[in-house]
Design a protein around this ligand. Sequence first.
Ligand code: URA
Length: 253
Amino acid sequence: MEQARRMRYLDALGVPVYVRREGQIQPPPPPGGGWGEGAEATNGSMSASAVCPHPNPPPEGEGVQKQSSWDDLQRQVAACTACQALVSNRTQTVFGVGNRQADWLIVGEAPGADEDRQGEPFVGKAGQLLNAMLAAIGLSRESVYIANILKCRPPANRDPAPEEAANCEGYLLRQIELIQPRLLLSVGRISAQNLLQTDAPVGHLRGRVHRYGERQIPLVVTYHPAYLLRSPDQKGKAWDDLQLALRTFRSLS
Ligand code: URA
């Protein structure tokens, strides 16, 4: 990406940029100086790391039907009543948005109030920051696909319950099968813990490349943009994660 444009994106992201005399962009040093934080340093290599156990099969019946087309899947999600607490609270389901042949699939947590109203993921303040994060690595919102662990807004934006995530899993799995993304970017704790079937915090999961599912899709974890809005001092780490994701993608044959 042309440097001036990149600088504007980084500025929008709130990431301080340190410029070498010869004009090369450097990622910002994390608090305390230096480029990495011990084991979490990102070096762009596909480190041997957690390989996701095979995800649960999609639920039958109420959930996704095998081999569903995009249209079928969208209808099944819109008609889903698997989670009573969510159904009675939702304005509409939030299926996902973007390029159905995308190389990058971004997976968030669940719709919030704005998304529930508009029927599209990441359209609020966190969504604006996500757009800026993607733009910083040269990706438009339209070029990727964006989905969530849950298709319905949890009441008062509480964390998704494990059974709700399990009820919804089949829909995301079918989206992944249909898209066949080459890289997953998992944003936030709920997304990462569900995709990787772990209780580990994001701070332990970020900074390395995981593998997801049977196709062993590279998966990079970063902080949720809503968290970054509350903790802007963590944006430097998110920038490292985005760079790792980009290097990983570029290294794919
Ligand atoms: N946060 C998410 O995780 N997903 C959205 O769609 C919006 C906010």
